[in-house]
Every structure is written in C-alpha cells, then in structure tokens.
Design a protein around this ligand. Structure first.
Ligand SMILES: [Zn+2]
Length: 258
C-alpha cells in the first residue's frame, strides 16, 4: 500500500517531519477512502505548551508531534500552528483517530437508523444519554449538511468505521485570545496535503470524502452542555474556528490541476 513520504511533502513545498517511533499501529487491509479532520483539543494542547522550556511556535509544534505520537489514539498526520506537517503514522497504517460509531452506546447500533439523533454524548463528559429534545433541532447542522440522509452510515464510504479513513489533526493555537484556533499556515498546508493524499490514494476530494470528526460521528463529537441544556454543535472541528468547506474546495481545485 502506498504512502506519502517526507520527501514527497518537502518536494511539494511543505515543511514536514516524521514522528513514527511511538505507538505501533496496525497495517490497513484496504486503501484509505478519505480523510477525517480533528482537533486534539485545547486542554491537551495547553498541557504541551505549558511544559515548553522555550515557548515558541516551532517548539510547540515539535513537542506536540512527539507527545501525540506516543499516544495510542493518534492520527496519521498532525499539522502544527506554523504549518509544519508531522507524519505520525504512514498512510498504510490504520490509526485509532475516531473509533467505531456508537461503540459505547447503551442502546446498541443506533447509527443503523436515525435513532442516533435522539442521543448525545456532550464534550464535558458523562457519556451517552438521551437529550429529550427534538432530534432535528439538536442535529439541524448535520441534517442540513447531508440532505436526504438519515445516518452517517449511508453518507461516508467507511460506513461506521471512520478509522478506515486517514486522520489529520490540527494543533490549536493556545494564546487564550478566544480567536481562531487554527492558522492560515495550517489552512495552506492542509490544502496541499489533502490534494496529495487524494491523488495518491485515488479518492475524490469533496465534503464527503474529506470531512470532520463531528460530521462523521455527530453524537460523539457534536453536542455540548450549555446552562444545563444539551445543545447540538460540531466541535471537532468547529466551523466557527476552521473553514473546512473552503479548504476542501481549494484542495479539489489543486487536485484538478495536479
Ligand atoms: Zn476527533
């Protein structure tokens, strides 16, 4: 099975390095059919930042890459705030960046139908629970993104196994400003990396094959608790922080000219 190399990435004008000595991932049995984008979260990222002896963006990126590579839950790529592309596992390895849909649902395979939409697993923790609200109000953002679909299982080529896709994480900015948590350098690097991965592995570049964890796992990554009420909102990644659709459109345009 093919994989981009660090040389491929630097030849394309990207800053790139590899951290592949950490957790040992299993080989894929079939080529990746798409990409799932994530954020490792600001709490984890701030932990990396706070431990840095020299608090510079370059040091932050490298320390995050090294720390992430040691975890068993890791993506294939981490893009740092400077736009540095860090390969944590080659493309032929199936990393555990997303998990099986509904694996910890007490109601079983809720994603088989639209039953998933009456459940929530808020970012603050506490696990799966029924939110008791109108499913179409909590997950309006998901149903609007995929008209005619009732479940992610019929939308995505990996059905209920998002780990079959490649994982790309975007390291968040931790300046405490409340401003965008991703940088233009990350956006530009993502456009190039996505177009290169789509070309190498032969999958199309669109909002279905290149998506976010929130879109492919809405229960697990799409609710928060606000003033005691469960609110539906995608947060891995958040469209308020990351211009995903615009990135995909630019990557598709680049792929068409590649
Ligand atoms: Zn995620």
């Amino acid at each position: 099975m093919k994989s981009l190399s660090i040389q491929d990435l630097t030849n394309a004008g990207l800053k790139a390095t590899a951290f592949t000595g950490g957790y040992v991932n299993k080989a894929r049995t079939k080529s990746p059919t798409g990409i799932v984008f994530h954020t490792p979260g600001s709490t984890w990222a701030k932990g990396v930042w706070d431990k840095l002896p020299h608090k510079t963006p370059d040091q932050y990126d490298l320390a995050a890459g090294q720390a992430f590579d040691a975890r068993n839950y890791q993506p294939n790529y981490l893009i740092g705030v400077t736009g540095l592309v860090m390969q944590l596992a080659t493309d032929d390895l199936r990393t555990q960046h997303a998990g099986k849909l509904g694996a910890d649902s007490p109601a079983g395979d809720v994603y088989a139908t639209d039953a998933w939409a009456s459940w929530a697993s808020p970012s603050s923790g506490g696990g799966w629970r029924q939110h008791g609200r109108d499913p179409k109000a909590v997950y309006d953002w998901w149903f609007a993104a995929f008209p005619g679909h009732k479940t992610p299982v019929t939308v995505f080529p990996w059905k209920n196994m998002p780990n079959d896709a490649l994982g790309i994480d975007l390291l968040p900015v931790v300046d405490g400003s409340g401003g965008p948590q991703q940088t233009q350098a990350q956006f530009d690097a993502a456009v190039k990396l996505v177009s290169m991965l789509a070309k190498l592995h032969g999958f199309p570049c669109n909002k279905i094959t290149v998506t976010t964890h929130s879109m492919c796992s809405p229960v697990e990554r799409g609710t928060v608790v606000s003033s005691g009420k469960i609110i539906g909102t995608p947060w891995d990644l958040s469209p308020k922080q990351w211009r995903h659709d615009e990135m995909v459109a630019q990557a598709a345009a680049r792929l068409a000219n590649a």
